[in-house]
Write a protein that binds this ligand. Structure first.
Ligand SMILES: CC(C)(COP(=O)(O)OP(=O)(O)OC[C@H]1O[C@@H](n2cnc3c(N)ncnc32)[C@H](O)[C@@H]1OP(=O)(O)O)[C@@H](O)C(=O)NCCC(=O)NCCS
Length: 436
């Protein structure tokens, strides 16, 4: 863990948060990294919140062993029949987020947010979120991020979808491959081999794609079915692409399910495809779209602008659905905007409002090769000016949506949306290839 990661992990709870919870007759606590009993109850509460069954001992043990990197918070109700069962769970850790231009900045990643059905709509999430974001700010995290169960929850806290995800359903017989034929070779590998290759490949692919974050601990074994409590791991198949020089440049993990009505038109689901070269990307997708006995290939968490769409002869063979996916929330405007890359030299003024009072202010962004951000009292005359919420600023950060679109949607007020759009444009469509 980085020093910021360590400091954030062990930071004390925000005192305003503690007081607000105690004023309600409740108790708030960190779940100790070594407290197995508290971790088990916390894990069970998370499972209940996400509609899962009660955890068994194997699952609890794995969750305990693999979640130490998370700062885990529980709110408890002393009057409950089970006062040691949390009625609110919340986890966070410092990850690395890739920005346009390739810089990776520390990000407070948030997960496992649940409030027990018996305690919902009492502002428990609101209080814990505000308190934990204050702690993230106090420790120096410039941005927060999460993936969401429902779109309507987090806008009020200043989050906005910054990288959309697409889900694909491709009718393989109709698609027709017109992409390159890759020169390398494909081999089936074990799930363990694929997991290890994928971990190394992702460290490269994530830095090439705005919106990606470093894979959280435990995710590799969960994705590749290589942890002892994995379910249906035997359904997973892994294939690896090697260049003619013998370099492992890509890996794909998929599973198949039979179509009882027509066995020769069965289904394949791609769980992960990582490629560090265009050849590996083409080689793996061509392989997946030409599997015998498979009529439909499904894949999700792809980007809005996939080369794959231009590698099939019949684009209508692919049904593509778009969804909001990676939500970001800027905490420190100057740090985040100065870390991003810009392809044009320009100066714009941003008047930012923040529902939680964390990131408001007026900022002058000098975009260009060496970007700079000044905090000012008033937007200077003679440069484009924009008034926007921190959610809207977070939405345009990765270049996933144009400020022109948000201005037309009434979400940004500006006297020159097009200049603003040129400043925030990104030549790479942002993407996050998994959930966290
Ligand atoms: C989502 C959840 C954590 C909300 O907790 P909560 O303590 O009830 O939330 P709060 O009382 O702080 O609600 C704050 C505001 O958000 C709104 N809100 C809460 N949950 C919402 C939802 N699912 N959809 C839309 N709005 C929601 C509330 O109505 C309230 O609105 P207001 O400020 O206009 O009054 C809780 O409902 C839950 O555990 N859901 C199931 C698990 C889940 O989906 N977790 C989120 C994972 S990303």
């Amino acid at each position: 863990m980085t020093s910021l990661g360590d400091a954030f992990h062990s930071a004390p709870l925000d005192e305003t948060l503690r007081a607000a919870i105690e004023a309600d007759g409740l108790r708030i606590d960190r779940v100790g990294d070594d407290d197995r009993a508290a971790s088990d109850r916390w894990t069970d509460a998370v499972a209940r919140g996400f509609l899962d069954g009660e955890r068994n001992d194997l699952q609890r043990g794995e969750a305990f062993a693999r979640s130490r990197y998370r700062r885990k918070i529980g709110v408890y109700d002393p009057a409950a029949v089970q006062p040691d069962e949390p009625v609110t769970t919340f986890a966070s850790w410092i990850a690395e987020l890739t920005l346009p231009g390739g810089a990776a900045i520390p990000m407070c990643a948030i997960s496992a947010v649940t409030v027990a059905p018996t305690h919902r709509r009492r502002r428990l999430l609101s209080r814990v979120m505000a308190g934990e974001l204050r702690t993230a700010v106090a420790q120096g995290a410039p941005i927060a991020g999460l993936t969401v169960s429902e779109s309507g929850i987090y806008g009020r806290f200043g989050f906005a979808p910054a990288a959309a995800a697409t889900s694909w359903e491709i009718r393989t017989r109709r698609a027709g491959w017109i992409g390159p034929v890759a020169p390398g070779r494909l081999d089936y590998v074990t799930r363990e081999q694929a997991r290890d290759a994928a971990a190394a490949l992702h460290e490269r692919t994530r830095l090439a794609s705005p919106g990606e974050i470093a894979m959280p601990g435990g995710h590799w074994d969960r994705t590749y079915g290589t942890r002892p409590d994995a379910e249906k791991a035997e359904r997973l198949r892994a294939v690896q692409y090697r260049s003619p020089e013998g370099e492992v440049e890509g890996v794909a993990l998929y599973s198949v399910s039979e179509n009882d009505d027509d066995w020769s038109a069965s289904n394949a689901t791609v769980h992960q495809l990582l490629a560090v070269t265009d050849a590996a990307y083409a080689g793996l997708w061509r392989f997946l779209l030409s599997l015998d006995l498979i009529g439909t290939v499904r894949a999700s968490e792809l980007s809005l602008d996939e080369p794959l769409w231009w590698m099939i002869a019949d684009q209508r063979a692919a049904r593509i659905t778009i969804a909001d996916h990676h939500y970001l929330r800027i905490l420190d405007v100057p740090t985040v905007l100065a870390a991003r890359g810009y392809d044009v030299d320009d100066v714009v003024a941003l008047e930012v409002t923040d529902p939680l009072g964390i990131a408001d202010g007026t900022f002058v962004l000098s975009a260009g090769e060496k970007p700079g951000v000044d905090v000012v009292d008033e937007a200077p005359l003679g440069i484009p000016r924009a008034t926007l919420g921190v959610a809207e600023l977070s939405a345009i950060l990765l270049g996933g949506v144009s400020p022109v679109t948000l201005a037309r949607a009434g979400r940004i007020e500006t006297d020159d949306a097009h200049r603003l759009a040129r400043v925030f444009a990104s030549t790479t469509t942002p993407r996050l290839s998994f959930w966290y």
